[in-house]
Structures are given as C-alpha cells and as structure tokens.
Design a protein around this ligand. Structure first.
Ligand code: ADP
Length: 612
C-alpha cells in the first residue's frame, strides 16, 4: 500500500499522531484565552500515550479541541475517500521519492501514517462546545464509518490496532513502553504539552527492611518530554543536532538547514526567534503552493502557522518561529497581520538575516555559493522590488570571465584596470552561450573582466543599482564600450555605402547598420539600442504584455571579415547576391545572440541557394 512507502521509517507515525494532538490542544488553548467557559489552564492540558498489550492497541489521547462529525468527515475522511486515494495510487507508479514529497505537501498524510503500523484505527472524539461524541473507524483503503458514541471529556482518543508481527517487521515493539518512550524523546521532545505515559519504576517494597531493602517494579505515570521549546533555550545549551531535528520537524525537509539564526530581543518589543535558511530549494518554491511565513507564538501558544508579514517577500525562503509575549492575543488573526509590533519584529528579523548572510559570505564562501545557487535570485528580487539596493548589493554574485567563478561586485571593482571606467557585463542563457558572444572578443583581447549574467533577473538588478562604487554598469552588447584609445572613425567612411545598402536591404528589421570596432573573428553581431536589452525581450516573451517588448537592433559588421568583404564585392557586380548575403548575415547575428529567427525556412532556403 502507498501508505507504507511514504516514510522510510515507520516509527515516525507516533510523532505525527502526537503532533496532531498538540495542535488540537493549541487550538483549545487559543479559545481559552478569550472564552472563560473552557475552564482550563495551560497546565491542565496533556497528551497521554497508553497501551493494551492483550488487545494490541496503542492509544494517544488529548484533551484538545476535538472534532465534530463534519470535521471527522473532512479531516480524516478525505484521503480514504475516492478522489485523493486514487491520486495516491496513480502517483505510486511515479518516482517514489517525488511522489512522497508531493503527497506530504498536498494532503498532509500525517494521520494516515499510522496505517503503517496499524491495521485498523478508531478515533473517538468530542468537540469543545458540543454534547455529542463520535467514533470514526477505518481499516485504511476500504473507507471509514462514523457513528455516535459516548465520551465524557472533550478531546480525542486515537486508538491504533497494531498489526501482527511478520518476518520482516516486529510491530509488537510499538506496544512496548521503553520503545514508545524512546520514540517520544526522539521525535516529540519539544512538544509544549506534557506527554505522559506509564513507565516501570524500581521502588523499595513497602514494609521491607531498610537495612536490606527489597525492590519491586511498579508502573508510574510520568511526563517524558522536556517541553521547553528550543528557541527559549540559550544557543550554547542547544546542540546542532537538536536544531537540525527541530528544523526537519518544522519544515518536513530531510536535509539539514544551511544556516541557523537565533534572535533574542528585548526592548520596545520582546521576542525570541529561531530562523533557518534551507540548504535546498523546496520543490514547489516557485509555485503558488509555496507559502512564505514564520510560525508565530505568543508565550508558547501557536497563534499563526504562516505569518507572512514577518518576512519581506524576497526572504520568503526563510523558515522558522517567532515567539513574543508582547503580542496581543485576543485580536483576530486578520488584525494581527497589521499589528505594529509585528512590523517592528519583521524589520529586525530582516536585518538579522541580512547580517547573517554577510557573515556567511565572508566566512564560508563555498557554502555561500551553494546558497546563492538556491536563493540568489531572491536577493535580486530584494534589490529590484523591495528597495534593498544599498543593503543587498554586496550579497549579489556573478560569474566572472577572468576568474572563471562567481565573484562579488566589490571584488570586481578591486580588480578593475586603472583606466577602466565601467563594470562590463553580458547577459545570456548560460555561461557557455555568453562566452561565445562575438562581442566578448574585444574585451577578452584587452583582458578586461566581464560579468556573465545568466540569471533571469540579473540584468534588472544591475539596472536598479545603476552603478557600484560610482562605476556604471555597461552591457558589452550595447553601443559604446568606452574603452578609449580606439580610432573609431577609421574605415567608417569607406564603408558608408555598404552600411547604407545593408540598412536598405533589411529595412525595419534593424535600426542601423554600422562598422564594428569590437569584432575580431566574427563577421557580424547584434547590439541593442537604447531601451530594452535582448535578454529583457526574451524574458518578457513569457508574459502577456499589452505591447510586445522589443529591443532595438543595431547590426554591426566586421569589414575586415572575408564574408563582409564578399558582400561588398558583390554589391558592385550583383546586387541581388549582395542582398542575399546581407539577409543571411543578419539571421546569423540573431542566431548567435540567442534570438529566434523570424522565418527559419527562408533562412535555410537562402543558405541552400548559396550552396548550389
Ligand atoms: P495535518 O495534521 O498535516 O493537517 P493529518 O492527516 O495529520 O494532517 O490530520 C488532518 C486533520 O485532522 C488535522 O489538520 C486536524 O484538523 C484533524 N485532526 C487530526 N488529529 C486530531 C486530533 N487529535 N484532534 C483534533 N483534530 C485532529
């Protein structure tokens, strides 16, 4: 069954069931803050784990909010009912790992993981404020039944009927208290409510001789988890392993976080925060399915699972929790969004994350580059849309033509030649594609460093920054490179007639044809006029724009190149042939710039014509 493949470790089912119980208590705690009728204090809440070996049942009970009949139907019925179950069966065929992640993400199979160890599950539950209790019963795939039942206290009992042992799996271990104890410690130690269970205890037998005491084993109800949330403890008291474990519970990611950031603030707003930078990009990061936000607690009570006003958009990859005793709890969650205190916390957190990334870059370059691969684009967004020009520019990285690796703007400027006025860059789909651009030839020749922009939004970032350290950015594909020392006019007048011919032949396709001073071995290249660049044109192709975004095309010709010389010669003898050459050269310039041909079949016809 699909359920078995979802997690490699069957044992995590207990964590899932306990975490549901804890969530249910959170919810009732929240109600209790504003509703005196609940009549319970925080200390009254608990989760109990108990076993009945004879009947092979393991029960997790909570005195949380409980479920109504509709909620049982909607929350626990959904996966067993046809639609989603069918989906799970279909994904079973696909790559197992992918399917697993998908399902956890979409349906939250937490509760269903109990079917890995139980052949049937009974849920007895009474919702807070309701008179009637209900019993949900299911053996997994075959669906479920819901009936009325008697239950005195508000809350939920999840009764799992443990499977018989097989040769491979000793399911009976989930009926052993030492094993359950270990599992609670391992996975659920920070659950904020006591998790209680009967544990064997060696005791001195009553009435036995104090000189020669006799011992007996009695069962005692004990709290097994340590409860104190990780973020309330001093960083020096917490091991890296504990942080990692907490991270995977919070995010359901299987790897370790790349950065763990702890914040403890006192002053206008008092709060503690524990933030993580993931070491991989979530599979749904660029989809609507990904929700940004931090868990928000008020003095240990969860009030919002994904509070998005705590993070600016560009930091949407940051995960973690914020806990503040100052937050006013009895306002609605919508209002909370605009709470002034949240704004203050959010601004502080942004600063903390930024400072940590700066430290990261300085101290651990290699790993920072990995981070940059995952989330570098977000830093760019921060510059373009979140007004983070000054604060984020030093976190950007680009591939350098001379260093052959990622570099920062600061490093680039430090390496600039004495007479160099601009920071040169070229945008394209990949490093290899940019490297082959004809326009890079001259700069390579002169040994100037060029930044290769391969990220979709990199060019927008440089546009927003305008300059770095007062050095303007200059695309090598654009007009004047300000290299100086060039005799720009030489040869231009001799070729004026040829340029005019090319412009007339190509008409509106180009703004201008001109003699190139940057080409060495290539016959032609396209440069963009003022306004949009070619990369922007390509980028905006993906969107429905009211008017298509088009870059101005300037065709540069290398008059020293044999192909261009041949065109010039043909112009005197056979103007049709010369026109054919001009069109072919123009198409070639498009191809090498990575732009689509307007009419590919016309191009192949022209080349074929030449070959005949
Ligand atoms: P998830 O917890 O990821 O939402 P689950 O399958 O574990 O998914 O649980 C589905 C839903 O069933 C929960 O969101 C919750 O509303 C409800 N639920 C599960 N266990 C309990 C419980 N002990 N008390 C109240 N509600 C519960």
């Amino acid at each position: 069954m699909m359920i078995n493949s979802i997690y490699t470790h069957k044992e995590i089912f207990l964590r899932e069931i306990i975490s549901n119980a804890s969530d249910a208590i959170d919810k009732l705690c929240y109600v209790a803050l504003t509703d005196d009728k609940v009549g319970m204090n925080r200390s009254d809440f608990a989760i109990t784990v108990s076993v009945d070996k004879e009947n092979r049942t393991l029960t997790v009970s909570d005195n949380g909010i409980g479920m109504s009949r509709e909620e049982l139907e909607n929350n626990l019925g959904v996966i067993a009912s046809s639609g989603s179950y069918k989906f799970r069966q279909e994904t079973e065929e696909k790559d197992k790992k992918d399917a697993d992640i998908d399902i956890i993400g979409q349906f939250g199979v937490g509760f269903y993981s109990a079917f890995m160890v139980a052949d049937s599950i009974t849920v007895r539950t009474k919702k807070y404020g309701s008179e009637q209790a209900y019993e949900w019963q299911s053996s997994g795939a075959d669906g479920y039944t819901i009936t009325e039942c008697d239950k005195e206290a508000v809350g939920t009992d999840v009764i799992m009927h443990i499977k018989p042992d097989t040769d491979e799996e000793k399911y009976s271990e989930y009926l052993e208290s030492y094993r359950l104890h270990a599992l609670v410690k391992k996975y659920s130690d920070y659950i904020r409510y006591p998790i209680r269970m009967l544990l064997p205890e060696q005791k001195v037998k009553e009435g036995s001789d104090p000189e020669k005491p006799e011992y007996e084993t009695v069962e005692e109800m004990k709290t097994v988890n340590s409860m104190v949330p990780l973020w309330q403890r001093k960083k020096s008291d917490v091991t890296e392993e504990e942080y990692n474990k907490f991270y995977s519970e919070l995010t359901h990611e299987f790897d370790k976080p790349q950065r763990t950031i702890t914040v403890s603030a006192e002053g206008s707003v008092t709060y503690k925060a524990l933030l993580f930078v993931p070491s991989s990009r979530p599979f749904n990061f660029y989809t609507e399915g990904y929700e940004k936000g931090l868990q928000l607690y008020s003095a240990g009570v969860l009030i919002m699972d994904k509070c998005d006003s705590l993070l600016p958009d560009y930091l949407r990859f940051v995960r973690g929790v914020v806990d503040s005793p100052d937050l006013s709890l009895n306002i609605s969650r919508e209002l909370l969004q605009h709470d002034r205190q949240l704004k203050v916390i959010g601004q502080n957190l942004e600063k903390k994350v930024r400072a940590d990334l700066e430290k990261f870059l300085k101290e651990d370059r290699e790993d920072y580059e990995k981070f940059y691969e995952n989330f570098g684009r977000q830093i760019g967004y921060g510059i373009v849309s979140d007004g983070g020009k000054d604060s984020l520019k030093d976190l950007m990285m680009f591939y350098s033509s001379t260093q052959k690796k990622l570099t920062t703007l600061k490093e680039y400027v430090e390496r600039m030649k004495e007479d160099q006025k601009c920071i040169y860059y070229a945008a394209g789909e990949s490093i290899a594609a940019v490297d082959k651009l004809p326009q890079t030839e001259l700069l390579k020749d002169k040994d100037y460093e060029v930044l290769y922009l391969t990220g979709e939004t990199d060019e927008f970032v440089l546009q927003a920054l305008m300059n770095y350290d007062e050095k303007p950015f200059r695309s090598i594909v654009d007009g004047d490179l300000e290299l100086g020392g060039e005799d720009e006019q030489k040869g231009d007048s001799e070729s004026a007639e040829l340029m005019q011919f090319v412009k007339e032949t190509l008409g509106d396709k180009i703004k201008e044809a001109k003699v190139s001073h940057r080409l060495k071995t290539h016959p032609v290249c396209l440069t963009a006029g003022e306004g949009f660049s070619f990369e922007m044109e390509k980028y905006f192709k993906n969107f429905q724009m009211p008017e298509p975004i088009k870059a101005e095309r300037i065709l540069e010709l290398n008059v020293e190149h044999p192909a261009v010389k041949a065109m010039a010669a043909a112009m005197a003898t056979d103007r049709d042939k010369a026109a054919l050459y001009a069109k072919i050269l123009y198409d070639q310039a498009n191809l090498i710039a990575g732009l689509p041909l307007e009419d590919p079949s016309a191009y192949t016809d022209m080349v074929a014509q030449l070959m005949q």
